[in-house]
Write a protein of this length. Structure first.
Length: 399
């Protein structure tokens, strides 16, 4: 593969993975405007985040088998088309319940990019290079949380919140064109892959029985759920409690996203000297410590806007190490079933994200304590899982 072609493919894959984060982050600054326009409150608008996470969770399991059965491109194009129609529907939504429902379908379409991109990386690159390529994808997709809230804030201020979803639809249209004309098919259709539930279920179960896959998927997914707790809680913490405007919030969100990007790129350098498992173990300990400090600062009432910004930046910095390495370690045992493994991995991650997002909204008590409490809980569970795995006897397992 030529360098120019590889660069273009990585850019497209990064954009596909970034579509859902962009769809989450871009409309966060518009939460107050949506709440006023649809005669609701920010907590109820937040449930549209939870429904989106639920759609990501369920949709990935469906696409996992479809991209192994029909190849990568056809399901990609269909999913992106569903996303485009749903984005238009969100722009026209007359009330909160309908917005929450349409966001579910928006996620069901958009999540195809996450599943297909990870599987295509596994198709094109050897297992020892997977973590490095995924770190590059984190860099590409990391642009989304940097620019998305800022763009969303400007669009909301100039044109209104409905046009925020119009911009999302335009992005989907551009991705459809990129996939159709510039992304090669990396796996041909395979008629031997069954679409029958009674056959699919045992195949998914076989993936879950791989101990390495299960532990690293859970550890990576639950640690990443800490970021979703931050995403769900940050509009309330920064805009309502700290008094940030929608544009100031967008800049703060972008600053924190730089932590995720910086961590992922230093991870690429670290992989030249250390293996993914060792990096995961050390950064998980540092993530736990950061979460604990953020929680303690809130308990004693010392977590002002600057301390909160610094600690959430550091939290996302360590996640920039953990996510690519945990993903690479989870997918390492799989080749033919890469699509299914990618789908389950993504579904586990989104299930954890749904739980964290829901908890932040459900436990909202008008203080800044809930968000860091859920974030710390995610880091604690991650550390426990990795410690359990280290103490288990290791043997080669076939997938």
């Amino acid at each position: 593969m030529k360098n120019k072609q590889q660069t273009l493919i990585i850019l497209i894959l990064g954009a596909l993975i970034a579509l859902s984060p962009f769809s989450i982050d871009m409309y966060l600054p518009a939460f107050p405007a949506i709440a006023v326009s649809l005669r609701s409150d920010i907590a109820h608008v937040g449930y549209s985040l939870t429904s989106y996470y639920a759609g990501l969770c369920a949709g990935q399991l469906v696409y996992g088998i479809l991209i192994d059965r029909f190849g990568r491109k056809k399901p990609l194009l269909i999913g992106l088309l569903v996303y485009l129609v749903a984005a238009i529907g969100c722009a026209l939504a007359p009330d909160i319940p309908l917005l929450i429902t349409i966001r579910l379908f928006m996620a069901l379409g958009g999540c195809v990019g996450m599943v297909a991109a990870r599987a295509i990386v596994r198709d094109l690159f050897p297992p020892e290079d997977t973590a490095k390529i995924l770190s590059i994808l984190v860099l590409v997709m990391g642009v989304a949380p940097i620019i998305a809230p800022t763009i969303g804030g400007f669009v909301n201020t100039l044109l209104g919140w409905r046009w925020v979803f119009g911009v999302m639809g335009f992005i989907a249209l551009m991705l459809i064109a990129a996939v159709k004309w510039f992304l090669p098919e990396t796996r041909s259709a395979d008629a031997t892959v069954s679409l029958k539930i009674k056959i699919i279920a045992p195949e998914y179960l076989a993936v879950l029985k791989n101990r390495s896959f299960l532990i690293y998927s859970l550890a990576g997914g639950i640690s990443y759920a800490g970021m979703y707790a931050y995403i769900a809680g940050s509009p309330f913490v920064f805009m309502q409690k700290f008094g940030f405007s929608d544009q100031s919030y967008g800049w703060a969100f972008a600053f924190n996203a730089c932590g995720l990007i910086l961590g992922s790129q230093i991870n690429r350098l670290a992989l030249k000297r250390y293996d993914s498992a060792k990096i995961n173990n050390y950064t998980a300990m540092l993530l736990l410590l950061t979460g604990l400090v953020l929680l303690f600062a809130n308990i004693i009432g010392q977590a002002g806007p600057y301390i909160t910004l610094a600690l959430t930046f550091l939290f996302l910095f360590w996640l920039g190490f953990i996510n690519p390495n945990a993903t690479a370690l989870a997918l390492k045992p799989f080749s033919a079933a890469a699509g299914r493994a990618s789908a389950i991995l993504g579904s586990i991650q989104m299930t954890a994200g749904v739980a964290a997002s829901w908890l932040v909204n459900f436990l909202n008590n008008g203080t800044t304590l809930v968000m860091p409490a859920v974030m710390f809980g995610c880091t604690l569970i991650t550390m426990v899982l990795l410690n359990i795995y280290r103490k288990l006897p290791h043997k080669k397992m076939q997938a």
